[in-house]
Design a protein around this ligand. Sequence first.
Ligand SMILES: O=C(O)Cc1cc(O)ccc1O
Ligand SMILES: [Fe+2]
Length: 444
Amino acid sequence: MSHQAVDQQKDPYSYQSGFGNHFSSEALAGALPAGQNTPQICPYGLYAEQLSGTAFTVARSGNQRAWMYRVRPSVMHMPFEPYQGNPYVIGAFDSRDADTTCTQIRWLPFEIPQDKIDFVDGLRTLGGAGDPTVRNGLAIHMFAATATMDKRAFCSADGDLLIVPQQGRLDIKTEFGPIMVAPNEIAVIQRGMRFSVSLPDGPIRGYVLEVYDGHFELPDLGPIGANGLANPRDFQTPVAQYENTSDHWTVVQKFQGALFSASQDHSPFDVVAWHGNYAPYKYNLAHFNVINSVSFDHVDPSIFTVLTCKSAHPGTAVADFVIFPPRFEVQMNTFRPPYFHRNCMSEFMGLIHGSYEAKQGRFLPGGASLHSMMTPHGPDSATVKSATTRELLPGRVADGTQAFMFESMFQLRLTQWAADVQIQDREYYKAWQDIPVTFNPDKI
Ligand SMILES: O=C(O)Cc1cc(O)ccc1O
Ligand SMILES: [Fe+2]
């Protein structure tokens, strides 16, 4: 995958297409140095700065970095100080700050605050595993915000962020250019990239998966062949856009799970041109090319993997981002909903809109569920009853719906906030209590 193109478009929301490409973008023609990365003086008097997404020495096929040509190097800021504005962001999930339970958990929709709160202060860590200091594990956060980030930028030094908006668009200014992301789209903003979220539609709510090691990749397709699932050309990376200001900005950086802030007297979004393969992107889930059984039986949900962050164990992901998209279902003589299950992976689920095919009540848009490792789960009683009695005609499933799953090899611990929050549905266990016992030893 190597595509080289210089994009000088001026539309604030134009994008370069492709996954993992070596992109180039300049907001001023000629801002990218020709033939080298660090000339003695860069065009227009810009400063060259490399952002490394992998160790220098990672094999070429996996090496990720970007070169940015900026008005000021990003080091021109006051010292970082602990940031007191949001105590709900957690990074290490040892048993002191975390709550452990293996029961099935469901959260009703996370509340959107009434007061003015921006994306940084509206982040709430729900749970996770591991510790960013050893680059091992992940965190799941919710966000709910009512205010635009006012001259504030955020970035995580702990991992890559996969952002799933559920309500309201996020207008994300990044160092690489702006990304507008709506519900049913996702954005990935990798470790170290600064961004600032504005709210063009009013309040926003959504989910964030942060992986402490590796990067998201498209899953291998195996016997599916060369096409299908999320196709590379549907991923969109922004084009350079800069602001050259000398106003007061604050950069909030997540580091070792804690937040730090530094002030500076210029915009961090002063990158006039950049090139490289370490760049943020967005993807519209409606572009997912759905593949499934056209004969019988329920295919494992890995068939719906959009992106995967691989671990060192082949086939076992740090986290898969999986969706349950609208599609036809045609399988005959089959219990069609998600099957009953105990998994050696953890399953965190959220709902963007509609109603999930395995649950007929109380799993609602903006809510979530967690079925931990080896915790039994599956369709609720109402779904079981209809799936076992209905006539199996070919038909649509999940129209108007988009549920998703973060599936992880890690055992997840919840934060105190997630454990205490009033919206936990303490009656979730009742979802399965009316499943009829239909066993009859005399009738096969
Ligand atoms: O609803 C779930 O918990 C997720 C899920 C979906 C599916 O299609 C098969 C198994 C499974 O656990
Ligand atoms: Fe499952």
